[in-house]
Ligand binder design. Structure first.
Ligand code: SF4
Length: 396
């Protein structure tokens, strides 16, 4: 089911069928097709087609529109909300029980592994904040639907993401809406799938007419549709939440550039805030399964509690190096490509999550911050996957 629902073939089929329905003039049956492009695929495709990241976004928007897509969006607003919710969740959990390490939850590769391999033990550690993809799902199927005055069930929402695990995430029943009779994200396509679609189309990306990304959220579109955002690169959550918590909990202002200490490798780094000679905040970044396994073993031995927060990502170097990003050209090493993508990213204008639009969304759509509605729509829960033998009550 996943393979058929979450493929470019399925996407093209939906687009063809929608075009046929449009041609009949039966507008009640026509679906509004919405695309959301995450920043990491933009970096990957910019590098592949040798365009700037902004030009890549504009040519992709034009290409998708030529396929019949109605709205092409970026993930900025969902990245912002995810970061705001996660920072608040951390501070609340710390005040409640500072012994309980909080592990980030935006990487489905890590979350699925944790549910399958470490069962109920690991669940209390994982942050409940939804990933930017799933927050975007809610915004599109509910907030945008309200703005367009159409039922969410008439929207077909596609995200462009850097890995296949995002397809698994979108398929979780937690993100199925009974009201809309559909998932918040109907289909996920990856950077390599977009590359394949363009190759089959036999035209380079730059040959597709450029057009602006859509900004249906407010009357004031931002100066740039593509930003560098703390939630986007590996370590961004840890960095942002560390600064926020230092200020909120200890009235400390850490420097804007945090200096994480590398431990056993580049993908395991930590930082702490000391008060009276004691580490009152100790954060880490753990990327890649080897580092994740070490971290979980520490937690199991009761030695992980000295970390208050760990940003966990399944891919070494995080999402820029996702499994479905465009692969390096012959002779190029992955680390060289990753570095080039990070360089592209650093040149983008920078933005902060606490801004007029997020305030407006909390007020207009979520009944305010930390309300029942914001908690329902921006958070989720996890499920231990029991071993098959236990689930079927089989005794070997
Ligand atoms: Fe996907 Fe890798 Fe990013 Fe996790 S770290 S969300 S698996 S690209």
């Amino acid at each position: 089911v996943l393979i058929t629902q979450q493929s470019q073939e399925e996407l093209l089929k939906v687009l063809r069928e929608n075009a046929k329905v449009k041609a009949t003039g039966d507008m009640e049956q026509v679906r509004t097709i919405v695309f959301t492009i995450a920043t990491q695929p933009l970096l990957s495709l910019a590098h592949r087609y040798q365009l700037s990241v902004e030009e890549t976004a504009r040519h992709l928007a034009g290409y998708f529109r030529s396929l019949g897509v109605d709205y092409v969006l970026c993930t900025k607003v969902a990245d912002d909300l995810a970061l705001l919710e996660c920072q608040q969740e951390f501070v609340e959990r710390y005040r409640d029980n500072e012994e309980l390490t909080m592990l980030s939850s935006s990487c489905p590769g890590w979350v699925c592994y944790a549910e399958k391999t470490h069962g109920t033990f690991i669940l209390p550690y994982i942050a409940t904040t939804r990933s930017p993809q799933q927050i975007m799902g809610v915004l599109v199927k509910q907030f945008l639907a309200e703005k367009l005055n159409i039922p969410g069930s008439r929207i077909y929402h596609v995200t462009v993401m850097p890995c296949y695990d995002k397809k698994l995430e979108a398929s979780r029943m937690d993100f199925y809406s009974e009201v809309n009779e559909s998932r918040d994200v109907d289909c996920v396509i990856t950077s390599v799938e977009v590359e394949q679609m363009l190759t089959e189309d036999e035209r380079a990306l730059s040959e597709h007419e450029a057009s602006d990304l859509d900004w249906p959220w407010s009357d004031q579109p931002p100066e740039s549709m593509v930003w560098s955002h703390e939630a986007t690169l590996s370590g961004g959550y840890a960095e942002h939440i560390f600064k926020f918590a230092a200020k909120e909990l200890f009235s400390e202002d850490p420097p804007s550039e945090l200096n994480f200490k590398q431990l056993r490798n580049r993908d395991f780094r930590e930082i702490s805030l000391q008060k009276d000679g004691k580490p009152v905040l100790k954060f880490a970044i753990a990327n890649g399964f080897r580092n994740i396994q070490n971290l979980v073993q520490k937690l199991k031995r009761g030695k992980g509690a000295n970390y208050h927060f760990v940003e966990v990502m399944a891919c070494p170097s995080g999402c820029v190096n996702g499994g479905a990003q465009v692969r390096p050209t012959t002779g190029q090493h992955v680390s060289e490509l990753t570095q080039q993508l990070e360089e592209l990213y650093k040149k983008l204008p920078r933005s902060q999550p606490d801004n007029a639009l997020t305030k407006q969304i909390y007020a207009e759509f979520l009944d305010g911050a930390q309300t029942e509605k914001s908690n329902d729509l921006l958070h989720t829960s996890y499920h231990a996957v029991e071993k098959l033998s236990t689930a079927l009550n089989i005794k070997w």
